[in-house]
Design a protein around this ligand. Structure first.
Ligand code: SF4
Ligand code: SF4
Ligand code: FES
Length: 216
């Protein structure tokens, strides 16, 4: 066991950074485990969100030293600064707004317009990869173009992935190019990092195929 210090950003405007010193097994313990210990043993008012504790639910995303990371997939290091995801409204401490994901899917009609059920639904490799999205929101936090308040003009990479899932659905015959424009995909900067902790190559599978067609 080693004594390590973790700094946690708190408050609606991240105005407080609190230091917690814990005894942990470095190399084994995850950021989520450290946060659970803080909540259970030091301060039960600390708000954190998690579900599965093993990569499946997408609920434990936070920033670590300013970069979006899944709490249950990231090993603890001494001196880490943990905060909420960026560009999203903070509900409390490390918990950010999520309701808008399902609201947007409904309001922006990001569900199949038509599906041809006579087509044998053999999925492509692209569809299988895009389907790994857990709605963790890391990509929104890491996107320099995304701002929650302006999501009507630029929906953000999470929703581009949703659109690409529709376009790549094995029974889809609809072209979602107009929807890509509606979501503001043309404002995408094509930056080098478009981070997804689940390994989805967002630019390659969810953005470039639409932009290539729009730029023809
Ligand atoms: S490539 Fe586009 S969607 Fe991805 S992070 Fe950059 S601006 Fe955002
Ligand atoms: S695309 Fe990746 S980073 Fe974005 S919400 Fe889905 S799983 Fe998370
Ligand atoms: S707790 Fe479910 S992905 Fe981390």
């Amino acid at each position: 066991m080693s004594e390590i210090s973790i700094y946690v950003k708190r408050g609606a405007n991240l105005q407080t950074t609190e230091k917690f010193t814990l005894d942990l097994s470095l190399g084994d313990s995850t950021v989520l485990e450290a946060l659970q210990i803080i909540q259970e043993e030091f301060d039960d008012t600390l708000a954190i969100r998690y579900g599965c504790r093993f990569k499946q639910c997408g609920l434990c995303a936070v920033t670590v030293n300013g970069n979006p990371r899944m709490g249950c997939m990231t090993k603890v290091k001494d001196g880490m600064v943990v905060g909420p995801l960026e560009h999203l409204p903070i509900q409390k401490d490390l918990v950010v707004e999520r309701r808008f994901i399902t609201e947007n899917i409904k309001n922006k009609k990001l569900f199949p317009q038509t599906l041809n059920h006579s087509i044998n639904p053999v999925t492509t490799k692209e569809f299988d990869i895009l389907s790994k999205c857990t709605d963790c929101q890391s990509c929104l936090s890491g996107c320099p173009e995304y701002h929650f308040e302006k999501m009507d003009s630029f929906a953000g990479p999470l929703f581009f992935v949703k659109l690409a899932q529709l376009q790549n659905h094995p029974q889809n015959e609809h072209n979602y190019l107009e929807k890509a424009k509606e979501l503001g995909m043309e404002m995408c900067k094509g930056c080098a990092g478009c981070p997804c902790p689940y390994g989805i190559p967002i630019k390659k599978l969810a953005i470039n195929p639409f932009l290539n067609e729009l730029n023809q």
